[in-house]
Structure formats: C-alpha cells, structure tokens
Design a binder for this molecule. Structure first.
Ligand code: FAD
Ligand code: UDP
Length: 382
C-alpha cells in the first residue's frame, strides 16, 4: 500500500515525494506519462553532446533563502545572470527596456534622470491597471509598447495584451538605469550538472518508486494508495466538466551549429517580424564548453502539451469552478502550475509544494496525537 500516489514528476510532484519520503517516512509512488522525470524542467545531452532544455530555456531565480537552501541539498550551483536582447527596428537592444534601449533606439544620449523625464512624457497614465496593455502603456507609452510588447504578446498568447491580465507583462520591468539583467533576484543560479541530475537526487530514496511512460488513469484502479497528489491539468482531472481550460503551448525547434558561439547573449527576443518569439543558446545558461553550440526557437501554438495557463478573467472564473470541485474531492491534493492554473515560475512551484507538504505533515501529526498513534501510524508507546 502506498501512502501517496503522486501524478507528475516535475517540481511540484518531486518536491512532495522527496519531503514525504525523507521526512515523514511515507511510501510514495510517482507516476509520469512522459518517459522522464523533471517535468518541464527536464534537460538532457543532445546528439552533439550539448546540454539542452527539452521544454524551452529554464533559468532559476528566486529571492527566498529557504527555497534556495532546500534545493541546494540536491545540487551544487553555478552563478548565472540572464541577459536578453530584443530585435527591434533592425537593431539588437536590451529588454527589459532600460536607458540604453531608449538611447540606442531613438539615437539619443539621455542620462538616467532625463530618461525618467522622457518616460513621463511618453507614458499614457491609466486610471486602472487591469490588462497587460495598461501596464506597459501607462509606463512607457504606445510606441515602445508596440515595438516590444504588442507583437510579442499577440504571438505568444494568440491574444492582444488588452485581453490578458496585467500580471503577464508586469513580469517585465522598465528601468531608467543601465541594468540589463533579465532578473534582479537575490539568487540567480543554475544547477551545476543540470536539472535532471538534481531531480534524480531528489527522487533517490528507498521510499520512492517512480513509474514513467504511464498515465495515472491506467494504473490508478489497480494500485492501492491512501491519498493522491495531482500536478497535471486540473480540467483534465475532472474530464473537462466545465469546459476546457485554455493552456498555451509551444513548439520547439532545436539546431546545432558548428561554431562555438551563435548569438551575442543567452536569449534574443523577436517581438515583431518572425513566427518565433525567441531564440536561446544553451551554453550561456549552462556554462558548458564545447566546440559546437545548440539553440532553440520557440513557436507559440494553441494545441500541444499544456505549458502556460492563460491569465484572463473568464479563464480565472472557470478555474474557480474547478477549484471548488477540487476542494470537495477528498484525499486528492492539487498543486503546481497546471493543477492550480497559475503562471508560476519554478521557485514559486517549489514554495507551493513545500507549503502543501507542511500542511499534510502537520495534519497527520495532529490526527496522530488525537488518536494516540505516532505520526507514522503505529501505536504510541505511552
Ligand atoms: P510540470 O513540470 O508541468 O510537471 C507536471 C507533470 O505531470 C508533467 O511531467 C506531466 O507529464 C505530468 N502529467 C500530467 N498529466 C499526467 C497524467 N495524466 N498522468 C501522468 N503524468 C501526468 N520557470 C522559471 O522559474 N524560470 C524559467 O526560466 C522558466 N522558463 C520556462 C520556459 C518555458 C517554455 C515554460 C513552458 C516554463 C518555464 N518555466 C520557468 C516554468 C516552469 O517550467 C514551471 O514553473 C515548473 O516546471 C512547473 O512544475 P510543475 O511540477 O507544476 O509542472
Ligand atoms: N513580453 C513581451 N516582449 C518581450 C518579453 C516579454 O511582450 O520582449 C511579454 C509577453 O506577453 C510574455 C510576458 O511578457 O509572454 C512574460 O515574459 P517572460 O519572458 O517572463 O515569459 P516566459 O519566460 O514565462 O515565457
């Protein structure tokens, strides 16, 4: 008998498996329908021997020391600060928009102070910031919005920024200084030997069994377990009873080039003229030295593996219906980006999983002390 059946071997499922097995001595079965662990963070060596991320570039960044410390049990790190250029009007300029972006684009020579004045002069303040268009236009005005955000967002989401929650483009700040880092978090580090290796260490515990290439629905009726932790799409769990929740997908096109370097920086964004949104060169992210280099193009798609929840009011409403069902479903816990329909980064999923672990662990302890058993279910010796 397993204490937990965990659906999904990504961050959400693997963190919970690791905690429950190693801290609470629970017996856990982790099932994933893919042929590998690590979920969307999976990385592997391609035919040329270059470490690539199968589901698009994954850059770890977080501000919480406890999240970084938790993952540090399973990996050493290499410092990496991601930098991105955008291809706009035939030039490559920094994104997030900063002082150099504006100076280069408009052939100006502003100081940081003048940049603030410039932005104030072009910004179109909006009374309420509700959509992804409001966020950007109210800060940088229409021209920069159109050059950097409108086309990219339409491509990435198949929606105009005015149809998406403010939180989507609010991920990208605007700067009046020359800081050209994509993230400014305290911890910006990549797992030294890759994500998959880190997940292998997390799952290497005698209480954890992993079953790959298996949809949980195939085995669930035959495997005795007490509780389920589900990290797949929440609408699929309930057979799309309230209709499909939209998830945006991507198609990845990988290439290997016979030169050590392909482009100037880790990622180049293509907001306007191309069918893809960005090209990433993995060696910047991983620090690998190799005479060749591998890159990936991201082409947004409506169909395919679910990668992004689509944050907008009607989808959030539909998610709330599923959430209410989830709350009435005994012994099943929903966690992760797809199961809670949240546009979460990896660190946020780890935090969400650790919170669920604490809740499960505490309630078991409370129950055990009320019933006079120890928290692992055996009779207490009093
Ligand atoms: P997942 O990793 O999706 O894991 C869910 C697992 O459940 C999957 O492996 C799936 O196969 C399995 N599953 C689903 N249904 C079933 C079923 N019926 N039976 C069995 N198994 C099932 N985050 C960052 O912090 N930094 C980044 O730079 C970054 N870049 C990203 C780039 C892209 C292109 C994408 C798509 C995401 C990116 N993220 C990034 C987000 C990151 O991928 C997620 O936050 C994280 O991987 C979510 O983990 P999860 O466990 O919730 O979900
Ligand atoms: N975005 C944009 N132009 C850019 C970069 C981002 O319009 O050059 C918008 C776009 O809507 C994108 C969102 O901001 O989906 C979040 O960007 P991020 O780079 O965080 O996306 P992710 O890495 O999650 O795909």
């Amino acid at each position: 008998m397993f204490d937990y059946l965990i659906v999904g071997a990504g961050f959400a499922g693997s963190v919970l498996a690791e905690r429950l097995a190693s801290q609470d001595d629970r017996k856990v079965l982790v099932v994933d329908k893919r042929p590998h662990i690590a979920g969307n963070a999976y990385d592997h060596y391609d035919d040329a021997g270059i470490l690539v991320h199968k589901y698009g570039p994954h850059i770890f960044h977080c501000n919480a020391p406890e999240i970084h410390a938790y993952l540090s049990q399973f990996t050493a790190w290499r410092p990496y600060q991601h930098r991105v250029l955008a291809s706009v009007d035939g030039q490559l300029v920094p994104i997030p928009i900063n002082l150099d972006t504006v100076n280069k684009l408009y052939g100006m020579n502003l100081t940081a102070f003048q940049m603030e004045e410039f932005l104030a002069s072009v910004a179109e303040p909006r009374e309420r910031i509700l959509t992804s268009e409001d966020v950007v236009v109210s800060k940088v005005g229409k021209d920069l919005y159109k050059k950097f955000f409108r086309g990219y967002t339409r491509k990435q989401w198949g929606l105009d920024p005015s149809e998406l929650d403010a939180a989507v483009t609010a991920r990208i700040p605007t700067r009046t200084n020359r800081d050209d880092r994509y993230f400014t978090d305290t911890y910006q580090t990549m797992p030294l030997h890759g994500y998959t290796r880190m997940f292998e260490k997390m799952l290497a515990h005698p209480n954890i069994k992993v079953m790959l290439n298996t949809d949980y629905r195939e085995i669930e009726p035959f495997i005795p377990y007490r509780e389920m932790i589900y990290t797949g799409p929440i609408d699929a769990f309930f057979d799309e009873r309230y209709g499909k929740l939209p998830y945006r997908s991507l198609e990845f096109k990988f290439e290997t080039h016979d030169t050590p370097v392909y482009q100037q920086t880790g990622t180049i964004n293509y907001p306007n003229d191309e069918a893809y949104t960005r090209i990433t060169e993995f060696k910047y992210l991983t620090g690998q030295e190799h005479p060749k280099t591998s890159i990936v193009y991201e082409y947004p798609r409506a169909e395919g593996d679910p990668y992004y929840p689509v944050p907008r009011p009607e989808n959030n409403e539909r998610y709330k219906q599923y959430q209410a069902l989830a709350e009435q479903t005994p012994n099943v816990h929903f966690v992760g980006r797809l199961a809670t329909y949240k546009y979460y980064n990896m660190d946020q999923v780890v935090a969400q999983a650790l919170t669920l672990y604490n809740r499960l662990s505490n309630s078991r302890r409370i129950l055990a002390s009320a019933s006079g058993t120890s928290s692992d279910g055996t009779l207490r010796n009093t």
